[in-house]
Design a protein around this ligand. Structure first.
Ligand code: NAD
Ligand code: UDP
Length: 317
């Protein structure tokens, strides 16, 4: 029996990252309350946990208050793919802002630590490279990505105001592009799009010239970073960058996916969406120093695991 076992709330727990976090917390001996409104999450991500005696599922929208008794909160609820967060931008902003207020209110009543899944998008289209936590960002407040970027920035503000005003223990992670099994085949983000297109022999859709860069973190590494951040002392708030500093152009990613799948897919070029950041790469010095954390899985093995997952998923479909 784990004597340090806690009762932990994971909002967005049926999503890609949330479901892996639920797995990790259950494996570590905790009790998990997974809260989700299934906007982009899926029951199949957590189906294997439903009968577990330390797992409970709550269908709820974080934009409404909720009264639960828990020891820690991980707040992940929010669609993360541009296609999905732009589909209902008002709800996206409400999820970040009202969701943060509701979860911070819960943490304040219970006097418990709360983790926020923030994002590299708070840096917008960065003028500083690689991005350190000290950089304030370059964000368009009026564009099609703003509902997400500004929502996450406002959520960070709320977290720090609750910390200063109410002495709340906060843990803010700025997550850079993360991929892996359980991404939805229609998620719309680049790694899942390219792998699904390659496996189906469809054209691979490069937005713009493919010269924009991203840094891709495998989900196992990221989840380890989450748990390490939550276990830091009360004085460490973050924000802390969590991501893999290996930087690749989107064209390089497409070529790697074609190579690893052995696909005959062709590259096709589509218009670059508005405000698409030109470059993105985390400086992870702070995570290394405070959390003793750095990613262990490089792009090729991470892609191989993810390709295997999608290959099996598409065969079953
Ligand atoms: P995801 O879309 O797979 O998961 C989000 C989950 O939140 C889904 O299960 C969805 O149904 C749920 N959700 C959405 N709105 C909700 C609401 N109002 N109430 C309750 N549940 C709601 O995305 P993900 O990649 O797992 O991302 C998880 C978190 O990490 C998000 O907050 C995202 O912004 C953040 N993040 C992810 C990445 C990444 O690369 N994966 C990068 C930066 C930040
Ligand atoms: N992208 C692409 N083809 C796709 C999906 C995305 O070229 O089918 C590009 C997108 O324009 C962006 C990058 O890949 O430059 C990463 O996009 P994603 O939606 O994964 O996340 P972002 O980091 O932009 O939020």
């Amino acid at each position: 029996m784990n004597t340090d076992a806690k009762r932990i709330l994971v909002t967005g727990g049926a999503g890609f990252l949330g479901s892996h976090l639920c797995d990790k917390l259950i494996a570590d001996g905790h009790e998990v309350l997974c809260l989700d409104n299934f906007y982009t999450g899926r029951k199949r991500n957590i189906a294997h946990l439903l009968q577990h005696e330390r797992f409970e599922l709550v269908r709820h929208d974080v934009t409404f208050p909720v009264y639960l008794e828990v020891d820690e909160i991980y707040n992940l609820a929010c669609p993360a793919s541009p296609v999905h967060y732009q589909n209902d931008p008002v709800q996206t902003l409400k999820t970040s802002v009202h969701g943060a207020i509701n979860m911070l209110g819960l943490a304040k009543r219970l006097r418990i630590p709360i983790f926020q899944a923030s994002t590299s998008e708070v840096y917008g289209d960065p003028a500083v490279h690689p991005q350190t936590e000290k950089y304030w960002g370059n964000v368009n407040p009026l564009g099609i990505r703003s509902c997400y970027d500004e929502g996450k920035r406002a959520a960070e503000t709320l977290f720090f105001d609750y910390h200063r005003q109410h002495g709340l223990q906060i843990k803010v992670a700025r997550i850079f592009n993360t991929y892996g099994p359980r991404m939805h085949p229609n998620d719309g983000r680049v790694v899942s799009n390219f792998i699904v297109q390659a496996l189906r022999g469809e054209d691979i859709t490069i937005y713009g010239e493919g010269s924009q860069t991203r840094s891709f973190c495998y989900m196992d590494d990221l989840i380890e970073g989450f748990v390490r951040l939550m276990s830091t002392g009360p004085d460490f708030t973050g924000p802390v960058n969590l991501g893999n500093p290996g930087e690749f152009s989107i064209l390089q990613l497409a070529e790697k996916v074609i190579e690893l799948t052995g696909s005959k897919s062709k590259l096709v070029y589509k218009p670059l969406p508005a405000d698409d950041p030109t470059q993105r790469c985390p400086d992870i010095s702070l995570a290394k120093k405070v959390l003793g954390w750095q990613p262990a899985v490089s792009l090729e093995p991470g892609l191989k695991h993810t390709i295997k997952y999608f290959d099996e998923l598409l065969r079953d479909a």
